[in-house]
Design a protein around this ligand. Structure first.
Ligand code: COA
Length: 202
């Protein structure tokens, strides 16, 4: 494990602009692994990430090593500002979208894992959501079959961590997102199940 001290800083809306490259680099490198298996490309990343810059209520928490290099990142935005495929499951379930803050990716470089950066991300996004007047945080995770050929034999899902942080899996809230898996030639749709947490007072 790397013992370098890590500085986690918050960037809001247009301030995220200067970190789009770093975010894209982390997403493409880290989401290649199971369960995401994302065969990312920079053109798509530019469009996908640019919406955070355009959304005034969005946030990026960036983790910097002591030499200034970005070694982790975590994002979020009001659910109402998310694309239709993210909003529709909540609309169909009759949820109050205005109350909900959508947490996007959390990424930590392998050499910096296991030293609490993700904990800081989860807590930091919840604090931002509360300050912005939201009462619920949500995120979604891809569902892969247990016998998926790319599943590493020692893979452990993050479900227990999310439960420990107060999130509840919501099997009635499922979105379908398309991307190209590593090794495939075409995009395919993947189900992603949401988790939610009601934010208590600080
Ligand atoms: C998931 C991820 C962000 C965790 O980052 P991290 O900085 O190593 O996590 P932390 O050190 O803050 O750990 C937070 C808690 O989760 C636990 N944990 C972290 N990763 C874990 C894993 N892969 N399996 C089991 N437990 C894990 C830690 O033990 C810790 O619990 P504790 O506070 O009770 O000790 C990182 O492994 C990663 O980037 N993974 C790939 C991308 C991903 O899956 N992101 C999440 C969904 S978008």
């Amino acid at each position: 494990m790397n013992a370098d001290p890590i500085d986690v800083r918050r960037f809001v809306g247009a301030e995220i602009s200067e970190h789009l490259d770093a975010l894209a680099t982390l997403r493409i490198a880290i989401f290649r692994a199971f369960p995401y298996l994302y065969d990312g490309d920079r053109a798509y990343e530019e469009t996908y990430l640019r919406r955070y810059v355009r959304t005034p209520g969005s946030v990026a928490l960036m983790a910097f090593a002591s030499d200034g290099r970005v070694v982790g990142a975590s994002t979020g935005a009001p659910l109402v500002a998310e694309p239709a495929e993210t909003r529709v499951p909540f609309e169909a379930a009759g949820e109050a979208l205005d109350d909900i803050f959508f947490c996007g990716e959390s990424l930590v470089e392998p050499a910096y894992r296991g030293r609490g950066i993700y904990r800081r991300f989860l807590q930091g996004r919840e604090a931002f959501a509360r300050e912005s007047g939201f009462t619920v945080c949500t995120f979604c995770a891809v569902d892969r079959p247990l016998d998926h050929p790319a599943r590493p034999y020692d893979y452990e899902s993050l479900d227990a961590i999310w439960e420990a942080f107060g999130y509840r899996k919501r099997p009635n809230l499922v979105a379908r997102y398309a991307w190209k898996d590593c090794g495939d030639t075409h995009q395919s749709e993947k189900p992603m199940t949401f988790w939610t947490k009601t934010l208590g007072p600080r």
